[in-house]
Design a binder for this molecule. Sequence first.
Ligand code: NDP
Ligand code: 2IT
Length: 443
Amino acid sequence: MSYVQRVLDKLIEKNDGQPEFIQAATEVLTSLEPVIEANPQYEKNAILERITEPERQLMFRVPWVDDNGNIQVNRGFRIQFNSAIGPYKGGLRLHPSVKLGTIKFLGFEQIFKNSLTGLAIGGGKGGSDFDPKGKSDREVMAFCQSFMTELFRHIGATTDVPAGDIGTGAREIGYMYGQYKRLTTKYEGVLTGKGLNYGGSLARTEATGYGLVYFLDEMLKDHNIDLAGKTVVISGSGNVAIYACQKAQTLGAKVVAMSDSNGYIYDEDGIKLDTVKRIKEVERGRIKEYVKDHPTAKYTEGKGIWTIPCDVALPCATQNELNEEDAKTLIANGVIAVAEGANMPSTIEATNAFIEKGVLFAPGKAANAGGVATSALEMSQNASMTAWTFEEVDGKLHNIMKNIYKNAAEAAEKYGHKDNLVVGANIAGFVKVADAMIAQGVC
Ligand code: NDP
Ligand code: 2IT
């Protein structure tokens, strides 16, 4: 039995009830086969056993008082997965579906993503099963303060730097930053995605979505395809989806659909992003309200966004939102490219279906790395007590995304899987971390 298979079997045995983590580990480890075979030092140094075991996993009680005076209890998580190439770095997810296995899969992906950025950031992730939806600002603040009251002792500007993810935006980061400062008396870059008037970086809000489209554009250009004039479908209508839509529209594409967890809108004239931004960023409302402003658009309750014919699909909501059947529908409708804004939005079967049919496929850990890369730029600005212009940050982001594409494409070709960016991204991300682990000895 191969080294990869032995490690995977053991992981499955040891991580009962963590299907998403097993899914992510299976995808990564399987695609590393060629590099593992060519480099026996990885097995000799037990790199796969070590890289799949978090350095530290924190789980804690988060009690807070709601607006009716009742005590609520949530569960907090922070997984400090790998610090071989830099301080732990990764977002905080606030969503009722969050379990230990969710954070573990996200933290594991983050190791390779962060390595791909070329910057000095290790892998980590955290969050809670707290649901910010429908809560008052005061309730969100009470939760965030309680969450940070435990988390603060485990993080720091050169130790572990959390950021946003699903359910965690500027409001939540602000409340958490205030509490960190109060508990530690330190004004430091311990969180990224901060407000612009207290250490945040210009272009961080836009970075994941913009970066996704920069990566997509690079991949299309490499195959002599122009994004301008293409029809695009984007799932989700949160931070990543909104700025992916903005950049795609700027580059001349026509975005015709967006969604939230209740349903999707289809606007054949092209999505009016100002309306989506108002509903989502200002009113914290539902996507169905879009049709009130634009009655020719259509709202459909439930899943089904992938049945809309398009040239480019950008899944930007959540994990496993695009399954094999969705992939077959997209392929039958002529999709040319799929680029993942979310983390692991395509199931393994869906990914394989795209690759087998020659659909250009950009895996999340490469395509959505612009967010964390810009977070690392925010850390640099905080450490040097400077602030760069929007153009400076955006220019660096653009270059980083071009480099990630180039490195992933070259690694894929070098190991005999030309154009397979799943293999290429996993290998390119892995090698840097694995070599650093070997250099640092058994730890
Ligand atoms: P937001 O909270 O801003 O938006 C999430 C969007 O996805 C919302 O439209 C939400 O709908 C939808 N969604 C979330 N969970 C589900 C679900 N279980 N089923 C259906 N729809 C769902 O989060 P982000 O835009 O920040 O994150 C989106 C994805 O991108 C995540 O996978 C995240 O990990 C990933 N990502 C984020 C980065 C960032 O910088 N923010 C960086 C890299 C990746 P609703 O409002 O109805 O819940
Ligand atoms: O999944 C991700 O890369 C993020 N949610 C962003 C993490 C970060 O530290 O900016």
